[in-house]
Design a binder for this molecule. Structure first.
Ligand code: GLN
Length: 285
């Protein structure tokens, strides 16, 4: 049977060859798989490189590695992903949480003082990351999280119980379709925003994520247009709308916000220095 060190070296080499991962990413992925299979923390792997895997562990590891070599996302194989310091269950029913999306959570929290009792809506919640991170940090906020997909909502609800977050109500809704007279102080969303013809949809992890959570028409803005147009009806006076969007969409999204009557319009950059979230405030209705 192979040792931990054998697997780390051999697995990393295979990942680099099959998926063109860089050395560091391959090393981290193998480490994560091994931690998952052995049920141990990273420090254990570092301390016991000579430990031999049991036959069962070797079989489970080989099967997972094989799936990874065929392109399945590491988050699907592990069944979880860390986001904003919390651990989320991940399945093929939703997007895999991305570090870029932490920006919209931070911007939302900046506008929600501690102890605030605001009503906040997360549209297209997927695995629930945005709604749950906000609700986890602001226990007095009343959060509503909607998604058109019942499968996604099931994952989001499991994440709510896993994190013991109780101030989120989940609702099946195609954007605002389930709402009538409800109004919110803040609406956040990471909607689909990739162009239908974008070749990235056929590459890497994206091939294994729901296309309905990724692509949105010829220019990628179909869903954002719907949200920005309808949002004013569902916002309280001085309420904010904030949207995550593509690397080249800030100008178009700001223009849409302007057309819908928003003021104090802004764009904020993600960790890579790319305009990633735009938003605005609704003053007069
Ligand atoms: N940021 C993701 C990507 O470019 C897309 C997520 C989305 O469409 N909301 O891979």
């Amino acid at each position: 049977m192979p040792t931990i060190a054998d697997i780390q070296q051999g697995g990393a080499r295979q990942l680099i060859a099959a998926l063109e991962l860089d050395k560091e990413t391959a090393r981290i992925e193998i480490q994560c798989l091994l931690q998952h299979v052995l049920g141990v923390p990273k420090a254990y792997l570092l301390a016991h490189p000579e430990q031999v895997l049991s036959a069962d562990q070797a079989v489970v590891h080989a099967a997972l590695l094989q799936r990874r070599l065929c392109g399945e996302p590491i988050a699907h194989l592990l069944g979880e992903r860390e986001f904003f310091g919390l651990n989320f269950k991940v399945t093929p029913a939703t997007l895999i949480p991305r570090p870029d999306t932490e920006l919209i959570v931070e911007l939302a929290l900046q506008r929600l003082p501690p102890n605030s009792v605001h009503q906040v809506l997360d549209m297209g919640t997927g695995s629930g990351i945005i709604a749950l991170c906000i609700a986890h940090s602001r226990r007095n906020v009343s959060m509503v999280a909607v998604d058109a997909s019942p499968e996604a909502l099931a994952v989001a609800m499991q994440n709510a119980s896993r994190l013991d977050v109780r101030n989120v109500t989940f609702l099946q809704s195609d954007w605002f379709s389930a709402f009538d007279t409800e109004r919110f102080d803040l609406i956040v969303s990471n909607p689909p925003y990739i162009e239908d013809a974008d070749e990235h949809l056929n590459q890497g992890d994206l091939r294994f994520e729901p296309i309905t959570a990724l692509a949105s028409g010829v220019d990628g803005l179909d869903d954002i247009r719907r949200i920005v147009k309808q949002a004013p009806r569902y916002l309280n006076e001085n309420g904010w709308l904030m949207l995550e969007h593509g690397y080249n969409q800030a100008e178009a999204v700001c223009e849409l916000l302007d057309q819908s009557g928003f003021t104090s319009i802004f764009s904020e950059k993600d960790l890579s220095g790319i305009d990633r979230v735009s938003g605005g405030k609704l003053i007069n209705q």
